[in-house]
Design a protein. Sequence first.
Length: 175
Amino acid sequence: MDTTLFARAASVGAIAAGLLLVATVVLWLRQSKWRFAFVGYTAFTIVLSTGLWALSLGPIVRTSIPGAARYTVVYDRGSDRASIAVSQSITPEQLDLTLQQAASNLYSSGRYSSDTNVLTIRARTVLHPEAGVTEALELGKVTRSLGRRNDPDLNVRVNKAAFERLQSLASDEPA
């Protein structure tokens, strides 16, 4: 989404709010029965214009990296840790791209931690090695800065041992 669209909409809203404000003052001076309604119209238009202006500063944009797999955020309290769930059929190459995408999408300037300035996102999948047993298997993780949107020090680690375990469980399944 282009931020100039929000800026243009905010300026149109501000002009409309100004015109409504003038109309409200005129109606108030004339003691019209519509004066209270116009106070509400003006206030709503000001709130709407302010929201559009805020979106012009940087709208919520999701990154899409070609080759990345779908993921679900399963833990995120807005601080220095998050966890995503991925499919058992993901490849190490797809996981690398998926972790990069998650690191971009889960970045927020509002994240805070008093202990560290690093966001850690772990990727896991859920296994059922035998009936009645569920196991969460960590496939990899990414660390990035809490303070910079475009972090040049993005560190993606794929757990090769976890992928070997995943493959051994897949080969043990009956066809």
